[in-house]
Design a protein around this ligand. Structure first.
Ligand SMILES: Nc1ncnc2c1ncn2[C@@H]1O[C@H](COP(=O)(O)OP(=O)(O)OP(=O)(O)O)[C@@H](O)[C@H]1O
Ligand SMILES: [Mg+2]
Length: 452
């Protein structure tokens, strides 16, 4: 049972509406003018409002706008004899739930009212839940208003609901995971979003992580374990750092994509999955295909839609919004109150090239916030002045000073820089340095580098 407010100046029509509503087991209150309606609304909030447009003391649209300023506002159904199409658009824009024209079709009114009450109940429930997750939503949102980000949002909107496999590419820290989560969120799939990082897990563990295993299938497998494909049913499986996926597993992944089937490690039962696959990599898969490190057939299967994330340096117009967003996030996390960036610090940030992209921006702001003594970030706290000073200046030719160091020292320094740049992403480091994984491992050992 719901309580419905009927705002209608025509006595007869108002009575008809009320009888109809009460026949359906609801209660109602009637107002014949805007003033009466406002008075009733100030006493209690109904579950829905049926609102006429032309009233003796003004327009229903005005009341609609007033009601909709409250975010818990009840649904408002406009019931009117005015045959003005522009009004329909205006009313929907102003937040009307629906529009029913006079003479009224009873069935139409029933359906509209029931839907309105149902969705209002549902959205109240969602709001109650989302209060708890507001923080999370805020933390995961895609910030920016550059053409690149606008294009990205449009792509997400148009592909989210489809089943198409999506490959997200972009430099480290450009927001690949944020985008994958957004795709899942907007797909309205009821299942979970499950990320798997293909580079952090050793090959045979990765296989069992993805496909699950049967009890006794290997030492330590003391019970059956479901894989991510099973757990992500009705949801999204996000395969991050896809370029690191070993060839043996590439074949198995291809089969899942082609047939939707797989077996657990050590199992014979054929399982089906309907998980949506979203993948990401900061490696150049096309050149990996050419070099034989990545299966061509799999590449085409996964790359149905390719979302390319632009590096931050190519969308510097997003820097203000991103900085504001990240500072808010950092202040919440660290319980700090850092609100400003000094002019000179800002100039430095704008001149910087942002290797490491948004992640680097977040790191730099976090560090500055921790070191900050008042509420303003100054250039000394950013730790990026050297990099900016170096920007665009060729070191060797035309330089007055020559560093008298050995080739080995130069190599040591360069390898360390690249490891730091890639945040110890060895695959990426190998790609940049143009050396094999064992060659990199040898140098790490030789120079005694360690990740901390
Ligand atoms: N457009 C954006 N709006 C808001 N935050 C962003 C955006 N892009 C990235 N971030 C933030 O930057 C950080 C890095 O993003 P994310 O982990 O998605 O990057 P990535 O491309 O997956 O990086 P990597 O290749 O290093 O894994 C996260 O904290 C994320 O919230
Ligand atoms: Mg990532």
């Amino acid at each position: 049972m719901a309580n419905i407010l009927v705002v209608e100046d025509d006595e007869v029509f108002s009575q008809l509406l009320i009888m109809h509503i009460e026949d359906r087991g609801h209660t109602s209150r009637a107002a014949h003018t805007l003033a009466q309606a406002r008075e009733l609304l100030s006493v209690s909030t109904p579950d829905a409002v049926l609102l006429d447009q032309q009233l003796p003391d003004g327009y229903g649209m005005d009341l609609l706008r007033e009601i909709k300023t409250d975010k818990d506002a009840p649904p408002v159904i406009m019931v009117t004899g005015v045959s003005d199409n522009a009004l329909v658009i205006e009313a929907m824009k102003a937040g009307a739930y629906d529009f029913v024209r006079k003479p009224m079709d009873e069935l139409e009114l029933d359906t509209t009212l029931n839907n309105a009450l149902h969705s209002h109940r549902l959205s109240r429930k969602v709001r109650a839940i989302s209060k708890a997750t507001d923080y999370e939503v805020e933390m995961n949102q895609i910030v920016g208003n550059s053409p690149g980000i606008t294009h990205l949002l449009k792509t997400i909107g148009s592909v989210a609901a489809s089943q198409a496999s999506i490959l997200i590419t972009g430099e480290s820290g450009t927001g690949k995971e944020v985008v994958a989560r957004a795709i899942h969120h907007h797909s309205e799939r009821s299942g979970l979003f499950l990320p798997v990082n293909c580079s952090t897990i050793v090959e045979n563990l990765l296989e069992s992580e993805l496909f699950g295993h049967e009890k006794g299938s290997f030492t330590g497998a003391d019970r059956r374990k479901p894989g991510k494909f099973e757990l992500a049913s009705d949801g999204t499986l996000f395969l991050d750092e896809l370029g690191e996926l070993p060839l043996s597993l590439q074949a198995k992944l291809l089969r899942v994509l082609q047939e939707g089937t797989y077996e657990r490690v050590g199992g014979t039962e054929t399982l089906h999955t309907n998980a949506r696959i979203v993948t990401a990599t900061n490696r150049n898969l096309e050149s990996m295909v050419k070099e034989g490190g990545f299966r061509e057939d799999l590449y085409y299967r996964l790359n149905v839609v390719n979302i390319v994330l632009p590096p931050l340096r190519d969308r510097m117009e997003d820097l203000p919004l991103l900085t504001e967003h990240l500072l808010r996030k950092i202040n919440q996390r660290l319980h700090t109150q850092v609100k400003n960036i000094s002019e000179s610090a800002w100039a430095l940030m704008q001149a910087y090239q942002w290797p490491g992209n948004v992640r680097k921006l977040e790191n730099i702001l976090t560090r500055a916030t921790v070191l900050c003594r008042d509420d303003t970030i100054t250039p000394d706290l950013l730790g990026i002045d050297d990099a900016v000073a170096d920007k665009g200046k060729p070191k060797t030719e035309n330089s007055d000073t020559v560093e008298l160091i050995s080739l080995e020292t130069l190599e040591q320094r360069h390898v360390r820089q690249i490891l730091e740049y890639t945040r110890w992403h060895k695959g990426k480091a190998c790609e940049i340095l143009g050396i094999s994984r064992p060659a990199l491992e040898r140098r790490i050992k030789k120079y005694g580098f360690d990740e901390s």
